[in-house]
Design a protein around this ligand. Structure first.
Ligand SMILES: [Zn+2]
Length: 217
């Protein structure tokens, strides 16, 4: 059993890459959201703690997240791909301690790097279908609708979300990097850390990741 990790900022496309990679390789995709929801629905001790925190509008703390993730890892026997975990240096260090204690190897850490300007362009050019039942997402550069301002799928009007401005993006990224940079530095010292150029089309990124797994970490 091995544990692989996808790293990267919001909007880098790691969720999409994770989904495609697990289809291609026999990996178990563990995203933090899914693991949390699963633990809450099973009513485990840590799950109940997470549920209480979320119900009171609080973030689930690192120790609770770790507890849920470690419990889940003990249920798995196949290779795992994490997407969205670890999120902090503390989570990463705790995971490493856990893996060493369990004799589980850390496989690839794939860090999808996209220049800020490009991430910003993706955010600023994003348009979302205002029909909630549809929710299709467009990009004026890379995936424009056929008719300006109209959703291809349902004919709903497209809106520019208030969070999708340059200013909102910059402040989110400054916050994100405070936590991300120490996490990234921790993994850059690992033998199977790989920086992946995330500014390329998703297809090319996918091919690179698949190729990486053919080399076997
Ligand atoms: Zn629509």
């Amino acid at each position: 059993m091995k544990v692989h990790i996808l790293l990267g900022p919001p909007g880098c496309g790691k969720g999409t890459q994770a989904k495609r990679l697990v289809e291609k390789r026999s990996l178990i995709h563990l995203s933090t959201g899914d693991i949390l929801r699963d633990a809450v629905s099973k009513g485990t001790e840590v799950g109940l703690r997470a549920k209480a925190l979320m119900a009171s509008g609080k973030l689930v703390d690192d120790s609770t997240v770790n507890g849920i993730v470690f419990a889940r890892l003990q249920d798995e026997t196949g290779d795992v791909l994490f997407d969205g975990y670890p999120r902090t240096l503390f989570q990463a260090e705790s995971l490493q301690t856990f893996l060493s204690a369990q004799g589980i190897a850390l496989g690839y850490v794939m860090d999808i790097e996209v220049p800020w300007q490009e991430l910003e362009a993706r955010v600023v050019n994003r348009r979302v279908c205002s029909n909630n039942a549809c929710g299709a997402i467009y990009n004026l550069n890379s995936k424009p609708p056929k008719v300006e301002g109209i959703c291809d799928l349902c004919g709903g009007s497209l809106k520019h979300r208030a969070d999708d401005t340059s200013e909102a993006f910059q402040s989110r990224m400054v916050e994100f990097n405070k936590t991300f940079q120490p996490l990234q530095a921790f993994y850059q010292g690992m033998p199977h850390y790989r920086s992946v150029d995330g500014s390329r089309p998703p297809e090319q990124i996918h091919d690179q990741l698949v190729q990486l797994f053919q080399e076997q970490a």
